[in-house]
Design a protein around this ligand. Structure first.
Ligand SMILES: Nc1ncnc2c1ncn2[C@@H]1O[C@H](COP(=O)(O)OP(=O)(O)O)[C@@H](O)[C@H]1O
Ligand SMILES: [Mg+2]
Length: 223
């Protein structure tokens, strides 16, 4: 039932990667539908590689004309619904945010990226105003270096904190495994540890991130 959407104005911020990693992790325990609302259809392309789990469904071709119907249909049949959106300045993005229980704003850890993210945060704030209820959301810092915390990243996290923007404790690190999923299809558990460097570390990262997101969603749904 909970609907989670990924929005951020920047291409390359890690929206599709976060959506697919989260979906495949959740699909180990729950039924999940991913709505592919990006005109470039990156989630559909990933799904077409095969290796799909029985309880993970991908709905391609979601756009501003059908998104509200598709979200309703998906929430009736799946425990989790994840929407991958391109950018933030579209009616599709506004509808996705409006219909979500929790919105994730994937953002790379540079100040330029964080500034861009404010556009997504505005869309989220406006959706809250329209519905008369603040829209639960958080920035997830993506593609971060697992070995060192750069000054840039610390600075970005501090600025977001000072601006009152919730930031997830768990970052999505830069890992080959998170790219490999889009080369081979399936999720992290379908990859071969002999072929993908640090797969075990990527798995731990994905599990932690998923657990943190589920924790936030449980809080939201309990209200
Ligand atoms: N955590 C990560 N580790 C490694 N590569 C990543 C990671 N996140 C994203 N990428 C790569 O960065 C590029 C953009 O990511 P993507 O998820 O498509 O961003 P968006 O959907 O926001 O445009 C892709 O080539 C993807 O494989
Ligand atoms: Mg994308």
């Amino acid at each position: 039932m909970p609907v989670i959407s990924m929005i951020s104005p920047k291409g390359g911020a890690g929206k599709t990667t976060t959506a697919v990693i989260l979906a495949t992790e959740l699909a180990a325990s729950y039924t999940v539908t991913i709505l592919d609302a990006d005109p470039n259809q990156p989630v559909k392309q990933w799904a077409d590689l095969g290796m799909q789990k029985p309880n993970l469904k991908v709905v391609p071709g979601v756009n501003q004309d059908n998104i509200t119907d598709e979200v309703e249909a998906a929430s009736a049949e799946s425990v989790f619904v994840i929407i991958d959106v391109e950018g933030s300045a579209s009616l599709t993005a506004a509808y996705a945010v409006g219909m979500s229980d929790f919105v994730l704003v994937p953002t790379q850890g540079s100040i330029l990226d964080a500034r861009q993210a404010t556009k997504a945060l505005k869309v989220i704030r406006d959706a809250g105003r329209l519905s008369g209820k603040a829209k639960p959301h958080a920035v997830v810092l993506t593609r971060t270096n697992p070995a060192i915390k750069t000054k840039n990243l610390t600075h970005v996290a501090r600025q977001l904190n000072e601006a009152g923007v919730p930031v997830l404790r768990t970052e999505l690190n830069e890992r080959e495994a998170f790219r490999s999923v889009f080369a081979y299809g399936g999720g992290l558990s379908d990859l071969d540890p002999k072929e993908v460097a640090n797969l075990d570390k990527a798995k731990i990262n994905a599990e932690k991130l998923t657990a943190e997101i589920v924790g936030h969603i449980k809080e939201v749904m309990a209200k």
